[in-house]
Design a protein. Structure first.
Length: 575
């Protein structure tokens, strides 16, 4: 018994030819009978009778749609299975004796003159309802010598398969006349006989030469045009812009070459069956090339927009655009994958449903990842952080280097790279130093005791003049005030904003201000206090220590009145 694999469209099953088909279900019948016996045997199974097997769903006949009929007919003739090809034809009594010749001639006509993509043929069981034909008719157009000739499909009711589409007998009646008028293709007319008589992989060498020329010639033409365009751009725009546009050269050349190749493919003389498979491969490559081109275009667009935001000092918008570019790249990749699967014949609706169910499962199992992703988006949309900002996050100070879909990377002042999950930032205190336009310089000045009132007034007036005349100090809020007579010094408070967001410039301005203040203090004839701590220690009989912290205590200790058992050992420390 021989078993054949039926690979007709929308149908993949084992086919048992001839009278051996009646024995195909014999092994299944034996298994069912054995299960029935086991179910009726005492002590075996859980019920006295075995449950009836569930009916198997009937397979969809490829002839149920116009596209399935054409694809099934082409593949049957390509395999020389004319018995199967006859099932796709409405053959009358006069045509029954020449079905094999009609099938060959009709396939040859399709190979030569069916130039429209097979995807344009209706895949609906009802056919195309807007073609102006009766509901039970469908047309497949052929272009023969500039004239349109239609292959008519007829919808009939088959007792076994139900409503199916067949190539009408009227079309089959016209096949001999149409086939007799076939002329040589341009390849057969232009190529040498040696190339026509030899083939490779079932295709003549002349066709392979034409196939190669349909790729190489457009590639050279478009590449030359792109190089010429780049040379002209270099004379009209700056070098940086021309280099950016040059990055589009190869992707656009590949896309245009594949488009021209796809248009020339029906005129190369390849069989329709080969074109069906080859066009799918070309379609996948074309989708990849288009995705490549779109990725380059949007990358250059985002880069140009980010440079504009950088010149306008909009770091928050720049970071948001960087994240948007990454999201777009992911979406473009997914769209290209789905388009490629659709071209290969995969039902993307089922794939999308599976992706949706899988997405729910992944989301439940990767809640932290989703939280980090949303956290990164919210951070950028709220403009809380941007690349290049100096921030304090979780008591760590550093500069934001990158904001990804998952985390924020902070370059600390110790030059280590700290990666913080974006979701954790929503629960952390974030102090962004980059948003400030001025930096506070605040300190306490301690003048020594012994400073006279006139000297003190002179110091206050001199420092106020410094604050009012310094163009880098905000005069409206700057102040110097006497705030306290401390235990060791007279205390003045300096409060001033330096009008800069650059911390290094702030340090330089503050340093110069402090030096000027020191000059004012010296000019007034006074000086800064030296906080001094005096420690007097003496070994007494019980090995204990006596300490004093003020000059008065030290004088008492030196006079011997601090303790009854004071000795000559003393220690003095100045801070």
């Amino acid at each position: 018994m021989t078993v054949e694999l039926d690979t007709t469209p929308n149908r993949t099953c084992l086919r048992f030819p001839g009278r051996n088909r009646r024995w195909a279900g014999f092994p299944v019948l034996l298994v069912v009978m054995a299960l029935s016996v086991v179910g009726q045997t005492p002590g075996v199974g859980t019920s006295k009778t075995a449950p009836a097997p569930s009916p198997q769903p009937a397979e969809t006949d490829p002839r149920s749609t116009p596209r399935g009929t054409i694809l099934g007919f082409i593949r049957a003739v390509q395999r020389d299975d004319f018995a199967l090809a006859t099932r796709y034809m409405e053959v009358n009594q006069r045509q029954r004796a020449q079905t094999e010749e009609l099938a060959r001639d009709l396939k040859e006509l399709m190979d030569r003159y069916l130039t429209e993509p097979l995807a344009t043929i209706s895949d609906s069981p009802l056919g195309n309802q807007e073609d102006g034909l009766p509901a039970d008719r469908e047309r497949i157009p052929l272009k023969i010598r500039g004239e349109r000739i239609d292959i008519i499909l007829k919808r009939v009711n088959n007792p076994q398969a139900g409503p199916i589409w067949l190539i009408s007998s009227e079309t089959l009646a016209r096949v001999p006349d149409l086939f007799s008028a076939i002329k040589e293709t341009w390849i057969q007319h232009a190529m040498p006989v040696a190339l026509l008589d030899h083939d490779f992989l079932g295709v003549s060498l002349a066709v392979w030469v034409g196939w190669m020329a349909s790729i190489v010639l457009p590639l050279l033409v478009f590449w030359s045009m792109s190089r010429l365009g780049i040379l002209l751009l270099r004379k009209t725009v700056d070098d940086a812009r021309s280099r950016q546009l040059a990055q589009l050269s190869w992707p656009s050349t590949v896309v245009l070459t594949m488009a021209v190749h796809a248009l020339l493919l029906p005129y190369l003389g390849m069989s329709l069956g080969f074109r069906i498979t080859y066009q799918r491969a070309c379609g996948v490559l074309f989708v990849i090339a288009v995705a490549w081109l779109l990725h380059r275009i949007f990358a250059l667009s985002f880069e140009r927009a980010r440079s504009m935001m950088e010149r306008r000092h909009r770091a928050d918008t720049e970071s948001l655009m960087l994240l948007g570019q990454r999201v777009f790249s992911v979406l473009l990749t997914l769209a290209a994958i789905l388009a490629g699967l659709t071209i290969l014949g995969v039902d993307t609706r089922t794939a999308l449903a599976g992706v949706g169910i899988g997405g729910v499962a992944v989301a439940l199992g990767a809640q932290k990842t989703v939280e980090n992703l949303l956290g990164g988006i919210f951070l950028l949309t709220d403009k809380a952080l941007a690349v290049g900002d100096t921030c304090c996050i979780s008591s760590r100070v550093g500069t934001i280097e990158d904001i990804t879909l998952r985390s924020v990377r902070l370059r600390t002042i110790e030059q280590t790279l700290l990666s913080i999950p974006a979701g954790a930032l929503s629960q952390s205190n974030i102090e962004n130093f980059a948003t400030r336009k001025k930096i506070l310089a605040q300190t306490h000045l301690q003048l020594r005791y012994g400073t006279t009132t006139e000297q003190l007034r002179s110091v206050l007036e001199g420092v106020r003049n410094l604050l009012m005349t310094n163009p880098q100090i905000e005069t409206g809020t700057a102040r110097i005030r006497l705030i306290d007579f401390g235990a060791r010094a007279i205390e003045l408070e300096l409060y001033a904003y330096v009008l800069t967001a650059d911390y290094m410039q702030f340090l330089a301005v503050r340093e110069e201000l402090f030096l000027d203040i020191a000059g004012v203090v010296e000019a007034a004839g006074t000086g800064f206090a030296r906080p001094t701590e005096f420690i007097y220690a003496d070994r007494v009989a019980d090995r204990s220590w006596v300490s004093v912290n003020t000059p008065e205590d030290l004088q008492q200790a030196e006079k011997g009145t601090a303790t009854p058992d004071l000795s000559k050992t003393m220690m003095k420390r100045a801070i």
